[in-house]
Design a protein around this ligand. Structure first.
Ligand code: FE2
Ligand code: ZN
Ligand code: ZN
Length: 397
């Protein structure tokens, strides 16, 4: 930090940085985010400041650069003993000029992250013996960058998927329990049959749809024909949709879809419904969440006039997905485990015939926020320079 300057009768404080960049901070913003020991508890990262005890209109009377440019200190009218303090690096990272905001948004955009090019990003499970943290980071990085990672040579012990999942976050239990078996047993749920499963995310009937899915192939006999897995980046598909048909895109942001899972026959009967739009766009106009599962999209409850335009747009996106642009298809082998971002990646499965063989997968979920947190904390620990990723969980950052 080179210099600071009070502007607009103390309503704004400008900071000039050593590289020439200039930042402007509102006095309210500075005071409410004061990082002095009285206002901010560093160990817990919480603010103890009583905003309503401060004057409604705040005005900076004095501003100084301290500690060889490493800190900014400001004083406010009518608050003489209190000195507002900010760390320079933190202040710079929070600059909200259009340029810094746009850079930050672009850098973190899901769509700018890598996509699978020809080969599934793969990590060998055996590398865990050499360096467990490095193994975890490598897997997390692929999930963050490409939306999916294939872990090969995972021991084929029933329940192993829970052990692997727990390395990346606590298990997220759903109506299917902690762990679910994907096996052709002609069941009610289409996943437990040999039928084709169209592109979908798992369980959007939850307010908080599972963030990360893990699927472990305990057994996938070579005699089984079909049963290939397909994945597709829904964020890319939605952006293409927005470009090609902005009107339809807007409709699917506005008119919600109802997702429902009703299962009276289970030992624990289920009644789940959640109505929400297919696409969520944030304050900056960026797509931040997608909700898609035609298999459990039931009769939506919306206003009369919105029904035709909803179905028109819905068909439009179904048609776009049918083009399968950027789709990636692979066949799991016994011992393979895939971990993928359920908020970003849609998955599908082709129909299969057992031909006397067995296709048995075990799956579980973990929370996406936990995965992101583990990725960032591991990156810091391992000295990796990474950008905090936007993961498609509805958040702008
Ligand atoms: Fe699924
Ligand atoms: Zn303070
Ligand atoms: Zn800036």
């Amino acid at each position: 930090m080179q210099n600071c300057l009070i502007k607009q009768d103390g309503g704004i404080c400008d900071v000039v940085w050593k590289d020439g960049h200039e930042s402007s901070y509102h006095s309210t913003w500075l005071r409410y985010n004061c990082q002095c020991k009285k206002c901010f508890r560093e160990f817990s990262g919480t603010y103890t400041i009583d905003i309503l005890s401060l004057p409604e209109v705040l005005s900076v009377t004095k501003a100084e650069v301290h500690n060889e440019g490493k800190a900014l200190k400001t004083w406010f009218q009518g608050e003489s003993p209190h000195m507002t303090e900010h760390d320079a690096d933190w202040l710079r990272s929070q600059c909200y000029c259009d340029n810094c905001l746009d850079c930050d948004i672009i850098k973190r955009d899901v769509i700018n992250s890598q996509k699978c090019a020809g080969k599934l990003p793969t990590v060998d499970y055996n590398t865990i013996d050499k360096d467990e943290e490095r193994f975890k980071f490598n897997v997390l990085k692929q999930v963050v960058d490409s939306g999916i990672c294939l872990i090969q040579n995972v021991p084929i012990t029933p329940g192993q998927v829970l052990k692997v999942a727990s390395m990346f976050g606590p298990i997220y239990s759903t109506l299917y329990g902690n762990i679910f078996d994907v096996l052709d047993r002609k069941a009610e749920n289409a996943a437990y049959t040999n039928l084709l499963l169209p592109f979908h995310q798992d369980q959007p009937q939850y307010e908080s749809m599972p963030g990360v899915q893990l699927l472990h192939a305990l057994r996938f006999d070579s005699s089984v024909t079909g049963g290939e897995s397909q994945i597709l980046d829904l964020f890319r598909a939605a952006e293409t949709f927005r470009r090609e048909n902005p009107k339809y895109f807007q409709t699917l942001c506005e008119v919600p879809c109802k997702f429902e899972t009703m299962d009276k026959k289970r030992s624990h009967p289920v009644f789940q419904e959640h109505q929400k739009p297919h696409f969520v766009v944030d304050y900056f106009g960026k797509l931040v969440a997608v909700n898609w599962h035609p298999g459990i999209a039931v009769a939506t409850r919306v206003r009369f006039d919105d029904v035709p335009r909803y179905y028109e747009a819905y068909r439009g996106f179904l048609k776009l997905l049918e083009r399968k642009e950027g789709m990636f298809e692979f066949r799991l082998k016994t011992g393979d485990l895939i971990i993928f971002n359920n908020r970003r990646v849609a998955h599908a499965r082709s129909a299969f015939e057992n031909n006397g063989g067995v296709r048995h997968l075990q799956g579980t979920y973990i929370n996406l926020d936990d995965l992101k947190s583990n990725y960032m904390t591991l990156a810091i620990k391992l000295g990796e320079n990474v950008t905090p990723p936007k993961v498609g969980n509805g958040s702008s950052f």
